[in-house]
Design a protein around this ligand. Structure first.
Ligand code: HAM
Length: 427
């Protein structure tokens, strides 16, 4: 038998966990700083939720969903993203009855059947935030600030923020029709993939990866030139707020990018992405935007909302690339080494120490040398050595594994040993 994990999934081994602990800890802290509270939704949902919410024409729905029929005949999908689920939960649980906006965050696994490569996997993890029930540009700026603060608190440098406004549905029709006119006019210079896109999802031609399309896209009509009324006021106010963030956070900066569109259908007005400065196409670390139409699409009351999701795999790749320190996992305070017939006494001592909240591991019954090697491999702070003589005299040897750490004779009882290692650890 030769089992392998499914393609595009990972085993996160203990040695990698400090990175994961770090991205989760910093996410929780920054969410708390901004007053966002945690929400958890099911890993699977009704397939319709994503077909309607994310959009039938999107790549996600067309080719990336893990969907199956369950034993009751219902079509179920492993969530490809978190926003539709959070909105479903908001409607279903009557969260519109709470004071608005409702600020929530999640940190969870998502599933997309994509072609795996560095930073693109089939089971991935997102830290997402959603502010629901407020249409003011201050909330857009807050969400962008939160994304920035998350990256800054992780210590990641050289990240660029691009933003754009897609406007509201009114201006969008004119815009898309002019955009189509423009691209159809140059269609003979577009690669086939973008000619196909032009028929299916014209906005997506703008964020094409093909060089020849990119040059044409730079000269294409810009959505911000088509927005008017409230959407335009919203955009202008947001830019002023972002300018003031530049004064508060010295390294914060943003760039308006007319080619930025998003791959999910629910967005309107503000969209944005954070990318490492030297990234290829797989580099987007955080992406989000306003999605005022989504609640209505899902059958709830019209409710404005905005949010983002950060890709944790990609942030960890970036932490490693930039060689940023994360707290390495601490080993146990004590490894108990036993010799001769002291095995049972050692096991009882280890249990007693754990009952007294001293993290303690029993070394495997082998030679003294092998047990010491084991203690070192576990990053233990101390070893307690117990042989027949120690059990008979009631005095154990406690050896510190810290550099230059000494060895002491300590009365063989839980309280004395616990006190000894704690005093040692405090120095
Ligand atoms: P998204 O752009 O599909 O947006 O994904 C957000 C982020 O998740 C990406 O920028 C990337 O870092 C990460 N990500 C996406 N797919 C993968 C993958 N296959 N492997 C590794 N990382 C990946 C959303 O999901 C929206 N729900 C974001 C949002 C929240 N908008 C408003 N609120």
């Amino acid at each position: 038998m030769n089992f392998k994990r499914p393609r595009g999934t990972a085993d996160i081994l203990p040695e990698d966990q400090p990175y994961w602990g770090h991205v989760y800890d910093v996410a929780r802290n920054v969410a708390n700083q901004f007053g966002y509270r945690r929400i958890d939704t099911p890993i699977f949902e009704d397939t319709n939720l994503f077909e309607r919410g994310v959009g039938n024409e999107t790549d996600i729905v067309q080719k990336e969903m893990y969907s199956f029929e369950d034993h009751g005949g219902d079509s179920i999908t492993l969530r490809p993203e978190g926003t539709a689920s959070v909105c479903r939960a908001y409607i279903e649980n009557g969260l519109h009855n709470l004071p608005q906006p409702v600020r929530m965050y999640y940190a969870a696994a998502m599933f997309r059947y994509e072609r795996p490569q560095a930073g693109r996997v089939r089971q991935f993890h997102q830290f997402g935030v959603e502010a629901i029930g407020d249409s003011s540009p201050e909330v857009d700026a807050e969400i962008i600030e939160l994304g920035w603060k998350y990256i800054a608190d992780l210590g990641i440098k050289n990240v660029t923020l691009r933003i754009n406004s897609l406007g509201d549905s009114e201006g969008r029709e004119d815009y898309i029709s002019d955009l189509e006119k423009y691209f159809f006019g140059v269609a003979d210079r577009l690669p086939k993939i973008d000619r196909d896109r032009l028929n299916r999802a014209p906005l997506r031609v703008l964020d094409s990866k093909a060089k020849e399309t990119q040059a044409l896209a730079d000269a294409a009509p810009k959505s911000v030139d088509y927005i008017s009324g409230e959407a335009k006021e919203h955009w202008d106010a947001l830019l002023v707020l972002l300018d003031s963030l530049e004064e508060i956070y010295p390294e914060f900066s943003y760039k308006v990018d007319h080619r930025l569109v998003r791959g999910l259908d629910y967005y309107n007005r503000t969209v944005f992405e954070f990318e490492p400065a030297d990234a290829g196409s797989q580099g987007t670390l955080i992406a989000g935007g306003r999605y005022d139409p989504l609640m209505g699409i899902l059958g709830g009351q019209e409710t404005p909302a905005i949010g983002f999701a950060a890709g944790l795999e990609r942030l960890i790749l970036e932490l490693k690339k930039q060689e940023l320190p994360v707290n390495s996992s601490k080993g146990p305070e004590i490894v108990v080494v036993t010799l001769g017939d002291a095995g049972a006494a050692g096991a009882a001592l280890a249990s007693g120490l754990r009952a007294a909240n001293v993290s303690t591991v029993l070394a495997p019954k082998r030679s003294m040398k092998a047990q010491m090697r084991y203690a070192n491999s576990q990053n233990a702070a101390n070893v307690v050595i117990l042989g027949d003589r120690e059990v008979a005299t009631g005095v154990a040897s406690v050896k510190s594994l810290a550099e230059g750490g000494g060895q002491s004779e300590v009365s063989l009882d839980v309280t004395s040993i616990a006190e000894h290692v704690r005093a040692d650890g405090d120095q």
